[in-house]
Design a protein around this ligand. Structure first.
Ligand SMILES: Cc1cc2nc3c(=O)[nH]c(=O)nc-3n(C[C@H](O)[C@H](O)[C@H](O)COP(=O)(O)OP(=O)(O)OC[C@H]3O[C@@H](n4cnc5c(N)ncnc54)[C@H](O)[C@@H]3O)c2cc1C
Ligand SMILES: NC(=O)c1ccc[n+]([C@@H]2O[C@H](COP(=O)([O-])OP(=O)(O)OC[C@H]3O[C@@H](n4cnc5c(N)ncnc54)[C@H](OP(=O)(O)O)[C@@H]3O)[C@@H](O)[C@H]2O)c1
Length: 455
């Protein structure tokens, strides 16, 4: 009988709880540290951790049946695209259903995570405590550290109105009877522009690049439930979906939006059932990129100028790990090289959960990653030899660069079904490698032993 390594999980959002549940059911001892007083992370409106981007009217844009964990369906009474309150309640119920709430240490932010020369992690906690672990799972989320325009627009420092990032948006009452410019073509920009358009005097949607607007439904079904068999080559699936979307939305320039410079699947999907409608009602006016801010106005790239009270930068997020020394593990420009988005090539006992941006929902992927990490910690999965692992990472990055529009938002993209399919294959291959080496646990269990000796 091997003694299992003791793991720490940072974060009890939807990803951290999925990983924690896997460790719990596989018998790996762990503690999950959560800065907030509850689970659910981003999905807790007004979360006291200050990290949630949820607004009052937020609904998921990946459908219920695709977002739920594989062994815990969302209630069938939920609609296809539930409200954030439903989603937060679902995560809470998940933890109680599988019975691992006791392993979550609430209101305990991890301030620092330092790996000693012996490989053991030392976590410095906000309550002043220091605890040691053999393995570290990072599930701190990547949609809480706002990325403002880089560089800032000329005139931003003398602008007379209000500038805010989408992360701070909660409710549209702040836009009542004001002139609002929303910047971006991602999902935050779509939702916030639509919400603003019901109360603002005028709403402008500014973009530096066009995007395919994917409807929530096609053929009466949520779009993400259309068949996506990973065994069919991506190019074939892409052509089919691209043509369906083109047929559905038509020529986007007819709405005044920029023509996308890419095909479906080459940018993170922008899903909205309402934006085109609001544009066609004259409630939202598309604009090119912002050229600068000038007093109480915004000047756009086409030279037009509009009086503006509010500019909302829906310009995405940075990947941040405030608890690591920056010269140890960081993601400059959102770039971080990991084996299949989980394993660090140089640090054998740190794992990242849901550090990915799926075409599809996040939760089932975090769940599969949690099981994979549990395999590894139990010695039931062995990584490929280092040259193969490095080549896999390089091939993955090269494929992403080739396929996606060059942008800091496209550094951790995966396709939902393809990722799960490939992960299943890799787990089986790694199980065979583990068998050949006698199921040797790759991470030694030191932390618990040290504590026992000290006691
Ligand atoms: C507005 C918006 C809508 C979205 N809609 C969807 C959607 O419809 N479908 C979808 O699949 N994805 C969606 N996403 C993506 C979103 O990232 C995921 O839904 C999900 O929240 C990811 O969960 P997570 O656990 O990785 O991160 P989070 O939800 O951010 O949770 C991270 C947790 O870690 C904790 N934490 C962070 N740092 C520390 C620390 N140092 N110590 C202790 N605890 C810490 C936080 O308190 C938090 O509880 C959306 C994102 C945004 C911003
Ligand atoms: N209802 C929902 O479920 C919902 C709602 C909101 C958000 N989300 C999710 O939350 C995550 C973040 O979405 P997001 O929309 O906030 O961010 P995002 O997807 O990263 O989109 C950022 C947008 O801002 C643009 N941009 C960035 N910097 C810019 C600059 N300097 N000047 C002009 N434009 C700039 C980007 O353009 P380029 O493409 O050119 O870089 C892109 O259009 C995504 O996973 C999204 O799906 C979901």
């Amino acid at each position: 009988m091997q003694t299992l390594p003791r793991a720490a999980v940072i974060g009890a959002g939807s990803s951290g709880i999925a990983a924690a549940k896997a460790l719990h059911e596989r018998g790996v001892p762990f503690t999950c540290f959560e800065a907030s007083d509850r689970v659910g992370g981003n999905w807790v409106f007004g979360n006291r951790n200050g990290m949630s981007a949820a607004y009052r009217q937020l609904h998921i844009n990946t459908s219920r049946d695709r977002m739920e964990y594989s062994d815990y369906p969302m209630p069938k009474s939920y609609p296809d695209f539930p409200h954030h309150t439903h989603i937060a309640a679902y995560f809470d119920a998940y933890v109680d259903h599988f019975g691992f709430r006791d392993a979550i240490r609430f209101e305990t932010r991890v301030e620092r995570a330092r790996r000693g020369d012996d490989g053991v992690w030392e976590l410095m906690l906000e309550d002043g405590g220091v605890e040691r672990f053999d393995a570290l799972l990072v599930a701190n989320g990547h949609h809480w550290d706002p990325r403002w325009p880089e560089p800032a627009f000329p005139g931003h420092d003398a602008f007379a109105g209000r500038q805010m990032h989408a992360h701070a948006y909660r409710d549209n009452d702040i836009f009542a009877d004001r002139d609002v410019v929303i910047l971006g073509m991602g999902n935050s920009a779509m939702d916030i522009a639509v919400e603003a358009s019901y109360v603002a005097r005028r709403t402008f949607l500014a973009a530096r690049r066009g995007a395919w607007i994917i409807p929530k439904y096609m053929f009466g079904r949520p779009v993400d439930q259309l068949p996506q068999d990973p065994r069919v080559p991506f190019k074939v699936r892409q052509r089919v979906i691209h043509n369906l979307i083109r047929m559905h939305v038509g020529d986007l320039t007819r709405y005044g939006l920029p023509k996308p410079d890419h095909k479906f699947g080459e940018a993170h999907p922008t899903v909205s059932g309402r934006i085109l409608d609001r544009i066609q009602h004259g409630a939202i006016t598309p604009k090119p990129n912002i050229a600068g801010l000038d007093g109480d106005a915004v000047v756009f790239d086409d030279g037009s100028r509009e009086h503006t009270d509010d500019v909302v930068y829906c310009t995405g997020y940075r990947i941040s790990f405030p608890f690591f020394d920056e010269d140890f593990i960081a993601a400059p420009d959102n770039h971080i090289e990991l084996f299949r988005r989980v394993f660090h090539p140089d640090v054998d006992n740190v794992f990242f959960v849901a550090l990915l941006q799926p075409l599809g929902a996040t939760m089932p992927l975090a769940e599969a990653q949690g099981q994979w990490i549990a395999d590894y910690l139990k010695g039931e999965y062995a990584l490929p030899p280092r040259p193969a692992l490095l080549k896999d990472i390089e091939d993955d990055m090269a494929a992403m660069r080739k396929r996606y529009v060059a942008s800091k938002r496209h550094t951790i993209q995966v396709d939902f079904d393809d990722y799960l399919h490939a992960l299943g294959k890799e787990r089986r291959a790694g199980a065979e490698r583990a068998r050949q080496t006698g199921f040797r646990a790759p991470v030694a269990a030191r932390a618990a032993g040290e504590e026992a000796a000290a006691a």
